[in-house]
Design a binder for this molecule. Structure first.
Ligand code: SF4
Length: 272
């Protein structure tokens, strides 16, 4: 069960600490997809929620109108600590409201989601000057997807949605994230999506706080053959695996002339 609260906030727009983006928009705090590896779980502490991550969602209600002037010519990320198309969007339509309010603004909007619910808003997306739908995918293995993201749409639903948007003239990016050591088959994801992905974003698994013991337990119980590797990376802070993997993936993308953006260790490459 998900606890729903409506909360008052000053603004839907917040300055971003992420590389490449001036602002972020998160219509919700919390997320019903409840991914085991989620890095946004720290929001639970900020908000004082006692529920587990994935079991509460605050629905924001902003006191001031979106300052469209401020957004002009900027890169804005919609969905940095929530999925703007989590299940409650169907009921509250807050993401749709924000898209409607900003649709005539000259800015670059990147919508990060795991959900094909984005197709509902295709009418607005088509009116926007510069919008990109970014589908995050950590695996194309359905069993692993279900284990890690119990309430998210399937890989097939995501790629079908990306394909539809592409056919309708909306730019799409496949965000291979998080890349899990020895579990994410990035080549297979690319093979399955390259016809309609304008580019790829890549990011490695980042574990800190609550998601670290959860993922280490998950690996121990389900993939014990990789436990030592995960332990080395996430307990002993060994960087060898990721250095090699990052090089390997970048070489593969470059060799195949695939456009990409590297967000490995994005927490360290915040705004320079
Ligand atoms: S969809 Fe994104 S924000 Fe939501 S739980 Fe999963 S990783 Fe976290």
């Amino acid at each position: 069960m998900v606890v729903e609260n409506t909360i008052r906030v000053r603004d839907y727009i917040n300055p971003s600490r992420l590389p490449d983006f001036a602002y972020v928009i998160n219509p919700y705090t919390g997320c019903t997809h409840k991914c085991k590896y989620c890095c946004a779980e720290f929001m639970r502490l900020f908000t004082g929620h006692k529920e587990e991550w994935g079991e509460f969602v605050d629905i924001k209600s902003a006191t001031k109108k979106i300052n469209l002037f401020k957004l002009q010519q900027t890169n804005v990320l919609l969905g940095s600590v929530t999925d703007p198309y989590n299940h409650l969007e169907e009921k509250y339509e807050l993401t749709r409201k924000i898209l409607n309010e900003t649709k005539d603004t000259d800015f670059h909007l990147f919508i990060v989601t795991k959900s094909d619910m984005v197709l509902r808003d295709i009418d607005i997306l088509k009116q926007m000057k510069d919008v990109t739908a970014v589908f995050s995918v950590c695996t194309d293995d359905e069993k692993l997807r279900k284990d890690l993201e119990p309430y998210s749409p399937t890989f097939q639903q995501r790629i079908d949605a990306a394909k539809t948007l592409h056919e309708q003239g909306i730019k799409t990016i496949i965000y291979i994230s998080p890349i899990l050591p020895e579990l994410t088959d990035y080549k297979s994801i690319i093979e399955n999506t390259k016809e309609f992905a304008q580019m790829y974003w890549i990011e490695n698994l980042n574990l800190k706080g609550g998601n670290r013991p959860r993922i280490l337990d998950f690996i121990n119980n389900n993939y014990p053959q990789y436990y030592d590797l995960y332990f080395d990376i996430y307990k002993k802070h060994s960087s060898q695996y990721w250095t090699q993997k990052e090089n390997e993936i970048c070489e593969y993308l470059e060799k195949n002339n695939i456009e990409y953006k590297n967000y490995f260790y994005h927490e360290k490459i915040r705004k320079r």
